[in-house]
Design a protein around this ligand. Sequence first.
Ligand code: ATP
Ligand code: MG
Length: 196
Amino acid sequence: MKTGLYGGTFDPIHNGHIKVVQAARNFLQLDRIIFIPAGDPPHKAGKQITAKEHRLAMVQTVAEQVEAQVSDWELLKQEKSYSVETVRHFQAEYPDDEIYFIIGADSFYDLPTWWHYEELMALCNFAVVSRPDYARDILLSKFKGNEKPPRVFFLDDIFVDISSTEIRERVAAGKNISKLVPPEVAAYIEQHHLYQ
Ligand code: ATP
Ligand code: MG
């Protein structure tokens, strides 16, 4: 079986994330996709992140709609979560599966700065989704010096220029977000006065 792991802060989850899941499933014929909301993401240290409960609740709503699973494995961890440990965990859970790490091009660009990234590259395939300003050749040039380059599948056919940052800013400015998130997520944000 092919399992896709899709980690993120999901603060909040948005239509871009949904498109990513659909594209990864279709192009790579994934049998299951697991959203993994981040607990205390090392790369966002110092930034203010919305409470886990809220982020998880919004991810769960969307996961149901796209028939994906949600794992609270990183959320429940007390210490920082590193992707290499997360992938190891799921590889142990599904020993016969081929793991695909689903990631936006912006995050993939930073991969060489991640903790034990070479071990991570050896553990899984990468499904890399286009984001503005990150062309294929720019991304691959990052790994020229590596003995074993990452196994990358580029999902270039989808392109959704939406980010959680934009959504948080729009909500704070009192602007409409109905084209950026599913109705249930918009309602949740309003109900819980998030991003004000
Ligand atoms: P923020 O603006 O807060 O960084 P984000 O929109 O990038 O939020 P994350 O939770 O950081 O959302 O994203 C999780 C993963 O999904 C990352 O790998 C990111 O690159 C990817 N991703 C997010 N939005 C998109 C999008 N519109 N298209 C493709 N990939 C995306
Ligand atoms: Mg991001």
